[in-house]
Design a protein around this ligand. Structure first.
Ligand code: C2E
Ligand code: MG
Ligand code: MG
Ligand code: MG
Length: 294
């Protein structure tokens, strides 16, 4: 390339960089404003029992209700929140909201559901995480319901220091909290984790679930993971279930829980509550229709 075109390329690159940094700064400022002005919303996506078709829980998924830009998905703000450390207070707001919603559903007479909250690696490494969570539960009068809280961590929380991760997880398990490994199979998966860590649940990543019924490699992987987990006394959740054939396939493999757009997208609290009422009231005909094997 000529020198001129190199210079032009450099100019282009640096102005692009500047724009990116500026955008990052704006976003960081906005995240602080979002924390102060309560722009964060917790959406819920149900998890369905693979045997009975009952709703057994839900995953809490954060969104940001931006006054100008509309509803932002995590992909738009979690990376910056992670990079700046703001994920810690954001994560705390999510946990608080989940406790409030649990309490409200409890008051409305809904039988308690296990709600899974995603923990960022930074949150996971906060000192006294167990104390913070214990305080939250007791503040919301949920001390008797700790087994209705589940925490999802990714393998990136575990790689740096397995003994330390084990300590943190043990302190959380001692509170009665259920622990899940999220996106299983995409990170530096090590079978050692399954052997030494006090986890209860493994969530198979959607990339293995997608097209499971037509992709023999995915089918083999999912089948083996389910078998291995069951031998280790771990529950298996399949995420990203989108089609009836995928669901039926997973059901036949003995997958414990199914989660995905097939059943519901993540929805706001009130919509989720209504979804639970309808699902129970109709004694899951939706699922019987979808999955005649039930
Ligand atoms: P994740 O924990 O693996 O969550 C599953 C993601 O898959 C969610 O995306 C969910 O909406 C999406 N999903 C569920 N079913 C289907 C399906 O059938 N098809 C497809 N294509 N997608 C499906 P979402 O809500 O955009 O969240 C993305 C990621 O952001 C999450 O992945 C999680 O890593 C992170 N995240 C979300 N909420 C929180 C939070 O409160 N704290 C932290 N630290 N991270 C969060
Ligand atoms: Mg998750
Ligand atoms: Mg996941
Ligand atoms: Mg994921």
């Amino acid at each position: 390339a000529s020198r001129v075109s190199q210079e032009i390329a450099y100019e282009f690159y640096s102005s692009h960089q500047r724009e990116q940094n500026l955008e990052q700064l704006v976003l960081e400022d906005e995240l602080i404003q979002a924390l102060e002005e309560s722009w964060f919303r917790v959406f819920y996506q149900p998890k369905i029992d693979g045997n009975t078709g009952a709703i057994v829980g839900a995953e809490a998924l954060v969104r940001c209700q931006h006054p100008q830009k509309g509803l932002l998905p995590p992909a738009k703000f979690i990376p910056i929140a992670e990079a700046t450390g703001l994920i810690v207070p954001i994560g705390l707001q999510v946990l608080e909201q989940v406790c409030q919603d649990q309490k409200q559903w409890n008051n409305l007479g809904l039988s308690p559901l296990k709600i899974a909250v995603n923990l960022s690696p930074l949150q996971f490494r906060q000192a006294n995480l167990d104390q913070t969570i214990a305080n939250l539960l007791s503040t919301h009068g949920l001390m008797l319901l700790p087994n209705f809280l589940e925490l999802e961590i990714t393998e990136s929380c575990l790689i740096a220091n397995v003994p330390r991760a084990c300590e943190i997880l043990t302190s959380l398990a001692n509170l009665g909290i259920t622990l899940a490994i999220d996106d299983f199979g995409t990170g530096y998966s090590s079978l050692e984790y399954l052997q030494v860590l006090p986890v209860n649940v493994v969530k198979i990543d959607q990339c293995f679930v997608r097209g499971l019924d037509t992709n023999p490699k995915n089918a083999s992987i999912v089948k083996s993971v389910i078998q291995l987990c069951h031998e280790l006394n771990l529950q298996v959740v399949a995420e990203g279930v989108e089609t009836v054939t995928e669901a039926r396939f997973l059901q036949n493999l003995g997958c414990d829980q199914l989660q995905g757009y097939l059943f519901s997208r993540p929805v706001p609290e009130s919509e989720f509550y209504q979804f639970c009422l309808d699902w129970t009231a109709s004694e899951v005909p939706e699922l019987s229709n979808l999955l005649p094997d039930f």
